[in-house]
Design a protein around this ligand. Structure first.
Ligand SMILES: CC(C)(COP(=O)(O)OP(=O)(O)OC[C@H]1O[C@@H](n2cnc3c(N)ncnc32)[C@H](O)[C@@H]1OP(=O)(O)O)[C@@H](O)C(=O)NCCC(=O)NCCS
Length: 200
């Protein structure tokens, strides 16, 4: 399925109904990440909601990409991005997801570059080593949004989890004296790292 950019719209979530929409999409996001993080649903049948905001704050904003649903024509979401760190040293991506049917068609690039442009300042974006799509995606976004040579990528061990591969951190080099971002204790916000499940 191709994405008709003429009919898509990116908007900040600004009402309770849309925060609920985000919470539904968050489950799809965590479902997609489950193979990477060895994630399982919790007792209530939901994947983890850590990092899912329930409303905007000074520190957090969320965006949805909308387009008419092919079956109903109703405005419907095809992607989301959650940004945090707006009051901190660096803005970051707390979650980003594109509906599988419209992936690799530019939807994620459009949303990520739009969101980054709306929140100027230093950025840090983390992803897990085993999320190969995310790695390819964020490197392309970093070139487009920050400029080639204006960012660096570093692999950092996941605190408390020596058994899992290091997270990767993309950070802009826009401060006079670059300091690696450690406000989160070195943990990737985009993907809260969990240890692999050990089956007995
Ligand atoms: C990662 C994700 C957001 C990418 O969204 P998308 O709409 O498919 O990305 P785009 O089509 O805008 O692609 C932008 C660039 O990234 C590259 N890219 C995207 N997915 C890729 C993949 N699976 N493999 C290789 N490159 C990929 C594209 O080729 C494109 O590069 P190009 O400009 O050279 O063509 C989407 O795959 C997704 O939602 N994945 C599941 C959730 C997730 O992992 N989120 C990120 C958490 S850190």
């Amino acid at each position: 399925m191709t994405t008709d950019t003429a009919t898509t719209e990116i908007s900040a979530i600004d009402n309770d109904d849309e925060w609920v929409v985000l919470s539904w999409l968050w489950q799809s996001y965590r479902h997609d990440l489950a193979p990477v993080v060895s994630g399982l649903p919790y007792a209530d049948g939901r994947y983890q909601t850590r990092g899912l905001p329930v409303g905007a704050t000074d520190d957090v904003a969320a965006y949805l990409t909308w387009r008419p649903h092919p079956n109903t024509g109703e405005r419907a979401p095809i992607a989301f991005a959650v940004v945090d760190g707006l009051t901190g040293a660096r803005r970051s991506i707390a979650g980003m997801w594109v509906a599988p049917a419209v992936r690799q068609d530019g939807t994620g690039m459009k949303l990520a570059t739009t969101v980054i442009a709306r929140h100027p300042g230093p950025w840090a974006i983390a992803f897990q080593h085993d999320n190969h799509a995310a790695g390819a995606f964020w490197r392309r976004v970093a070139d487009a949004a920050f400029g080639a040579g204006a960012w660096r990528e570093e692999a950092r061990a996941v605190p408390g989890h020596p058994d899992v591969p290091p997270d990767h951190w993309i950070e802009t080099l826009d401060t006079e004296s670059y300091v690696p971002f450690s406000d989160r204790g070195g943990r990737a916000a985009c993907l809260a790292q969990l240890p692999p499940v050990t089956w007995t």
